[in-house]
Design a protein around this ligand. Structure first.
Ligand SMILES: [Zn+2]
Length: 272
């Protein structure tokens, strides 16, 4: 029997913008030896995910400036309304003047949460402008996914550190808060020390690209608990079949894998 899988961390762009967006992202990532595996479109993502036995995806959209926020959310709403097996996160920029109304517009279109990327906007996750966003999401029962740890776009400064993540969950105990990439590249020891046993969620994306940390990543799942992890690939930035294999060969029990691949995401997305 084929396992049900939702990929909680996928990127794609409107068809007309994908070539230009991918050019920019490709040149940011190239110095770190990272190359994309799709053409940046929704069809490109759906095809590579289907090959890996992943039936549905949650697209993480990011407003990299306040001016773009509405267009980014328009795209998220269009994905959510399409017949493709796609879910979407909207996004709020810290300098947005319409945070309340954009969140309500997203909710009205069936979108349950947002993605933020502190490195892309160059603002620390502990900034009061983010705090305002977290309060508004907490009030509405919307989740927040944040990039965490190192990102090639800001090589010399991490804007979502383990300490920063901890201060967010302490200030917003009712917020469903998800740190991407197992709490973030280049800070796994701090993540394990400071965040294990808290209410934070992690997505598993990019784990297959961290072979040296494999055992510690699996230990984090066991210690923090599988009910707090969401399977993700970060498509186009990893090979989806390898991300699936990371979990399938982890030695975690079947019940834990069912939670990570499907049940936890279904709960956050309000699926039956
Ligand atoms: Zn990502």
């Amino acid at each position: 029997m084929m396992r049900k899988r939702i990929d909680f961390h996928v990127h794609c762009f409107p068809d007309a913008l994908a070539p230009r967006a991918m050019d920019v992202l490709r040149s940011n990532a190239a110095p770190f030896g990272i190359t994309p595996h799709t053409d940046g479109t929704a069809d490109g993502a759906s095809a590579i995910l289907a090959e890996a036995g992943i039936g549905a995806a949650h697209v993480c959209n990011i407003a990299t400036n306040a001016r773009q926020e509405k267009k980014v959310n328009d795209f998220a709403l269009s994905l959510a309304a399409s017949d493709r097996p796609l879910f979407a996160a909207g996004s709020i920029h810290p300098d947005s003047g319409v945070k309340d109304s954009e969140l309500d517009r997203l909710l009205g279109g069936g979108i349950r949460g947002i993605k933020i990327h502190p490195d892309y906007v160059g603002i620390m996750i502990t900034d009061p402008r983010y705090d305002e966003i977290f309060s508004l999401c907490e009030e509405r029962g919307m989740y927040v996914v944040t990039h965490a740890g190192f990102d090639p776009v800001s090589p010399s400064k991490i804007h979502a550190t383990a300490d920063g993540l901890l201060s967010v969950i302490r200030a917003h105990p009712k917020l469903t808060f998800i740190a991407a990439h197992m709490g973030g590249p280049a800070q796994l020891a701090e993540v394990r020390e400071k965040l294990t046993g808290t209410g934070i969620y992690f997505d598993t994306s990019l784990s297959s690209t961290r072979p040296d940390e494999r055992e510690e990543l699996i230990a984090l799942i066991r210690e923090h608990g599988p009910d707090r992890f969401l399977f993700g690939t970060d498509t186009p930035w990893s090979v989806p079949s390898e991300e699936v294999a990371f979990l399938e060969t982890s030695g975690l029990p079947d019940g834990a894998l069912e939670m990570i691949f499907y049940k936890n995401a279904a709960r956050l997305l309000n699926l039956n």
